[in-house]
Design a protein around this ligand. Structure first.
Ligand code: GLY
Length: 438
């Protein structure tokens, strides 16, 4: 079978690895924005092109005779890559442009949940003019300001983090409206710990993964600017140290209701990967946002644990016939190496050398291979993943992996450590003991 993978990050290297681990006879091809050496080594052929250049992707898919495609990043979904490939007979493990609005249009996504009475929606408003947006900020008093469009995870600003005062929130909302002439979402500022659940969806059924916690902030101690995600961990029981089985099931139930509502909304329903980013608050589980794809880094936590044949799962997604999925009961810790200065001023073109990384798994991301050497791009460079029976060992394996990479880079050594996790558990205990806000 000929499979086309679109994307060139760590997530896509993990997807490519799972595809090539299939017992099926698969020829893998890729379209990538950068020459990811991990993906290159797994492919029978590849094209370097922007993932959003639909014509190039479509022409390449026809040239290689792709039967099935999997789309890693969100930007091509918003451009309608699935609709175009499917018109040309390539079945896609990803949602149509309409269904992708669950990620690509945050106003649509919130309104969709309200229209279908799906739980987990915070108080919110959508505004396309300044006066009413600023009045709503005053009314809520503590807010998150969200662009409605894709911003690579870097557009949302919340009070207490990137916005110090109510006036900062107003200034940011006003600037977004003025600069972009597109609506913004203003929401109550949710307080708690975040967790991710990822699922395969075949239009009707969903098969969920273990929960993962990502770390968005650039610096240790969860400080500094937001990034695409500096690293993540998961636990052998599929939960996280601060969530209960009931919390996890509430997240799954919100995802299941969303997939059901998608069938009412669109003929094709929702097929592909659905990513729920949740936050556990004093008033229960709320949805921060949905993504229409695997998370990056979160895909690197769950795909190495997937015991079910990945290509059979892909076929199940496109045929509406998803098999059950199982994951091995292991802990994972993923840590990203990023260029110095990331995310604001990433130092591109720095040489990184991979030596002995022990038993860690390694996934290449935004790097380029030139004459056999690896150079940083402008985003996250290389991820290492430790997998073990417990978190302590998984974290040590990830650290051992980092020690085998040389060159100038930044990373967060605290991800998955006992100290940081203890802080999160303590924080969550305090939040749970607070009176629900509503
Ligand atoms: N890790 C967050 C994301 O993939 O959007």
């Amino acid at each position: 079978m000929r499979v086309l993978l679109v994307g060139a990050g760590g997530r896509e290297h993990a997807i490519a690895t799972s595809i090539k681990a299939s017992s099926r006879d698969v020829e893998l091809y890729a379209v990538m924005g950068n020459r990811n050496p991990g993906i290159v080594r797994l492919c029978s052929g590849f094209l370097i092109a922007k993932e959003t250049d639909l014509e190039k992707v479509n022409t390449y898919a026809a040239k290689i005779g792709a039967e099935i495609a999997i789309i890693g990043p969100e930007a091509p979904l918003g451009e309608g890559i699935v609709d175009l490939l499917e018109e040309n007979g390539v079945r896609c493990v990803a949602p149509s442009r309409d269904a992708s609005q669950i990620e690509t249009d945050k106003a649509w996504a919130r309104q969709f949940m309200v229209n279908h009475s799906i739980r987990g929606v915070p108080e919110f408003g959508v505004f396309d003019e300044k006066k009413s947006a600023l009045n709503f900020i005053d009314e809520l008093g503590d807010v998150a300001v969200k662009p409605t469009w894709l911003t690579g995870g870097k557009g949302v600003r919340t009070m207490g983090d990137q916005l110090e005062t109510l006036d900062d929130a107003k200034r940011y909302a006003a600037k977004l409206l003025e600069d972009n002439k597109r609506p913004v979402v203003i929401e109550e500022n949710l307080k708690g710990e975040e967790f991710t659940i990822q699922a395969f969806v075949d239009g009707k059924k969903i098969r969920v993964s273990p929960a993962v916690q990502d770390h968005k902030r650039a610096y240790e101690g969860d400080l500094g600017p937001n990034t695409g995600g500096m690293g993540s961990y998961s636990c052998p029981d599929g939960l996280l140290p601060f969530i209960t089985e009931t919390d996890y099931e509430e997240g799954v139930s919100i995802m299941r209701d969303t997939v059901r509502a998608m069938r009412d909304e669109f003929d094709r329903g929702y097929r592909g990967i659905l990513y729920g980013q949740f936050i556990l608050t004093s008033s229960g589980v709320k949805l921060i946002e949905f993504n229409a794809r695997f998370g990056d880094p979160e895909a690197m936590n769950i795909l190495p644990l997937l015991e079910t044949d990945f290509v059979e799962v892909m076929e199940g997604v496109v045929d509406g016939n998803l098999p059950d999925t199982t994951y091995s009961a292991m802990a994972t810790v993923c840590k990203y190496v990023v260029p110095k200065g990331y995310p604001a001023n990433p130092k591109k073109g720095t040489k990184l050398t991979v030596g002995d990384i022990g038993s860690a798994k390694l996934f290449y991301a935004s790097v380029n291979e030139v004459d056999g050497e690896i150079y940083t791009g402008t985003s996250r460079s290389i991820a290492v993943v430790g997998i073990a029976e417990d978190l302590v060992e998984a974290e040590q394996i990830a650290e051992r992996g980092l020690s085998g990479i040389s060159g100038e880079f930044d990373c967060r050594h605290d991800i998955g450590t006992r100290d940081l996790i203890k802080k999160k558990v303590k924080r969550m205990r305090e939040i749970r003991s607070q009176k629900p806000s509503s």
